[in-house]
Design a protein around this ligand. Structure first.
Ligand code: AMP
Length: 300
């Protein structure tokens, strides 16, 4: 089943202890789309400026990613993010964010996009997420991501969004901030009571936690010794997870757990190089091979 995503489409500068790279293809919706495209056709909604290289659009189209919802605004610049990682590669600081075209983005979805049953509201402003949600009244599974910036600046809109979605994916620091609780297990349950049926808390190299009314569990990250650039790991996680759910066409507890595992594996590839450079070298079979190892690792 096709999967619709709205979120940032970006040019990123990334500083790691080993190397700095500039103007990389990035953005929450881009990482998400690419990871999801291993499982299902993706419809991408986003905005870029006149500095956006057309080759990036062609690259996305070369997978099963429909870019008719990618608006190009002349006379304006693409969203630009610069981040810096510290020695252990877990701590990240946003050095600069230029919202640029994101400030003037008012998406109007093509008719077939509006009929999508699977919807992911990737990291971006909450008002933008609500605009897209409002255009997809028939979605049967809606999941959103959010971050500290929106938790702090758009709390009322976020409260509204939480009441209208099925699932929320966010990282551990953001979960603590949103729930106002330092204990992650309590935080996960508190957020669930704000509206979504399930909550996924991403814990970077420590994997991800799942919370629903009936179960709470943790899946570890796939152990990879090669961490070159963690940017986009969270979005790739969500892409792998949602892509698998859309492919399977159900969201039973067992399918959700498998989907979490595919998300973790998609993220494990993303961190092995800058931008999408590692992901673009793999096939579905590579994900399946890693899944076999991951299953063996977890059985005792
Ligand atoms: P992740 O490492 O999964 O958290 O995702 C990093 C990606 O999110 C980068 O490619 C950035 O371009 C994008 N990003 C960073 N800050 C924001 C923001 N405020 N809104 C939307 N996307 C962002």
């Amino acid at each position: 089943m096709p999967l619709l995503v709205v979120g940032s489409v970006a040019l990123d500068d990334v500083e790691t202890p080993a190397e700095t790279r500039e103007n990389l293809l990035g953005g929450s919706a881009v990482y998400f789309s690419y990871a999801a495209s291993y499982f299902t056709p993706v419809r991408l909604v986003g905005v870029v400026g006149e500095d956006w290289p057309a080759e990036h659009t062609r690259f996305l189209q070369s997978r099963q990613i429909d870019t008719r919802g990618l608006q190009v605004i002349q006379g304006a610049k693409t969203f630009h993010w610069r981040g810096k990682y510290f020695a252990d590669m877990n701590q990240r600081q946003t050095v600069d964010v230029q919202l640029n075209v994101m400030n003037q983005f008012d998406p109007v979805l093509p008719d077939d996009f509006r009929r999508c049953k699977y919807l992911f509201l990737a990291n971006g402003s909450t008002d933008l997420q609500l605009k897209v949600l409002g255009q997809c009244p028939g979605a049967s599974l809606t999941v959103a991501d959010t971050m500290d910036l929106w938790i702090r600046t758009q709390p009322d809109l976020l409260a509204d969004l939480l009441r209208r979605i099925d699932g929320l994916v966010l990282n551990d620091g953001e979960a603590k901030l949103l729930a106002k609780d330092e204990n992650l297990v309590r935080a996960g349950n508190t957020i669930r009571q704000m509206g979504p049926r399930f909550v996924v808390i991403k814990k970077g190299e420590h994997g991800a936690m799942f919370f629903s009314k009936h179960e709470t569990y943790v899946l570890p990250a796939y152990p990879t010794a090669k961490v070159v650039d963690p940017t986009g790991a969270g979005d790739s996680f969500a892409g792998g997870m949602m892509g698998y759910l859309a492919e399977q066409g159900d969201f039973e507890p067992k399918t959700l757990k498998e989907a979490m595992a595919y998300g973790i594996l998609a993220a494990s590839f993303t961190v092995e190089d800058f931008s999408l450079d590692r992901l673009k070298k793999i096939e579905r079979a590579d994900l399946e091979r890693r899944m076999e190892e991951y299953r063996k690792m977890l059985s005792f």
